[in-house]
Design a protein around this ligand. Structure first.
Ligand code: NAD
Length: 353
């Protein structure tokens, strides 16, 4: 007797790295970033529906591995993600990820995807979406400090969503800045390579810090931040891993995703537990004010929250039918008789078990 075919429900759509790259090239990076940003914005509007908890982190001397679950009651999702700042020295990525969506009614997975690329897209989409609400209107210049894996995605999202056309680049490793210059040379930006963070921030209305270092780093000091600036700080996202001098936090209005997680992982881990922050979902739904005036310093203390990954996976799922850019993964054991898991294995081995 031949082995039974897996049931239809056994197959879970799987987006591999190869298919994710095809999808980005097929849809276009700008289009995909703005699409994901729309889904993230929609889910911020539905904030109160979601299960929310700080992500579950497993720390080691060299990095962190985290699980990020959430659900809107209909669909459940989680992401596995790591952060290992020393990895690039070994030729490895600092951040890698994959994630899943499942049907809450049955618990069956409905999508499995690579998320190393998708994380870069959702992080950039979130940053630019937040800046749309907080940065000075008409901002056209951004300092991009930390020119690693996230940086070009950040630049592209800020061009698409906020109108940034001038980039001032700085990295402690000039090779990283050269890589960004190469990658973005034909993307319509005015690019300036800078030899210090201080030089990079000159004339910038938006400052993005996306450096990776497992320590309390000081990428920006208080005297570097002038009136009206919006800071998009995304590299500080772990206990003991920050980018800004704490004096900046006292002077700025700080906006966060989910305070219980950000107080553990974000820049505000340097501040008292009752330090005042505004939640982005409140700004997006109009419950709280974003930018009040032209002199206010706004700071997005972005650590990356589970709902943003959920939104990105939701966006991805909606592209599958029209593009066909996925494989069907035989992932769920689903016997014809749901209680006969044992028999299914026996039949697969020709009853030899
Ligand atoms: N907030 C979020 O949602 C989110 C999402 C993804 C990644 N991240 C974080 O963003 C950071 C960047 O990620 P990546 O994948 O681009 O990492 P990466 O290792 O590819 O790049 C980091 C870059 O920062 C540079 N750098 C380190 N210290 C510096 C300093 N003092 N001044 C200037 N440059 C410095 C490094 O030379 C490197 O080029 C990481 O800390 C990562 O954990 C945050």
């Amino acid at each position: 007797m031949s082995a039974p075919m897996p049931s239809k429900l056994a197959y879970v759509p799987f987006v591999s790295v190869a298919n994710m790259m095809r999808l980005i090239n097929h849809i276009g990076l700008t289009e995909m970033l703005t699409g994901i940003a729309t889904y993230i914005e929609d889910d911020f509007r539905r904030w109160e529906l979601f299960d929310k908890a700080p992500r579950v982190a497993s720390h080691s001397d060299v990095g962190v591995i985290e699980l990020m679950p959430t659900s809107d009651g209909q669909v459940y999702g989680f992401k596995y993600v790591n952060g290992h700042p020393q990895n690039t020295v070994e030729g490895l990525q600092t951040v890698t990820a994959f994630g899943l969506l499942a049907n809450v009614q049955t618990g069956y997975p409905v999508l499995l995807s690579e998320m190393t690329l998708l994380t870069a897209l959702r992080t950039a989409a979130t940053s630019a979406l937040v800046a749309k609400y907080l940065a000075l209107a008409g901002a056209d210049t951004m300092a991009l400090i930390g020119n690693g894996a996230q940086s070009e995605f950040q630049a592209t999202a800020f061009r698409a969503i906020c109108g940034i056309t001038k980039l001032r680049l700085y990295d402690i490793d000039p090779a990283a800045t050269q890589k960004v210059l190469r990658n973005l040379s034909d993307q319509g930006f005015e690019l300036t390579a800078c030899s210090s963070a201080q030089e990079a921030i000159e004339g910038a209305q938006i400052i993005t810090t996306c450096t990776a270092d497992k320590q309390y780093a000081t990428i920006l000091t208080d005297n570097m931040v002038g009136a009206g600036v919006h800071i998009n700080a995304i590299g500080g996202d772990c206990p003991g891993k920050t980018e800004l001098h704490k004096d900046i936090l006292s002077r700025a209005d700080v906006f966060v995703e989910y305070p219980p997680q950000t107080r553990i992982e974000g820049e505000i881990q340097q501040m008292p537990a009752d330090f005042r922050v505004t939640e982005m979902w409140e700004v997006i739904t109009g419950k709280a004010k974003g930018r009040r005036d032209e002199r206010q310093i706004t700071l997005f203390d972005g650590v990356g929250f589970a709902t943003e990954d959920f939104s990105a996976l939701r966006y991805l799922r909606d592209q599958l039918e029209t593009t066909g850019l996925y494989d069907a993964l035989d992932m769920i054991a689903d016997p014809d008789d749901p209680r006969d898991l044992f028999g299914m294995v026996r039949r697969a081995g020709g009853e030899s078990m």
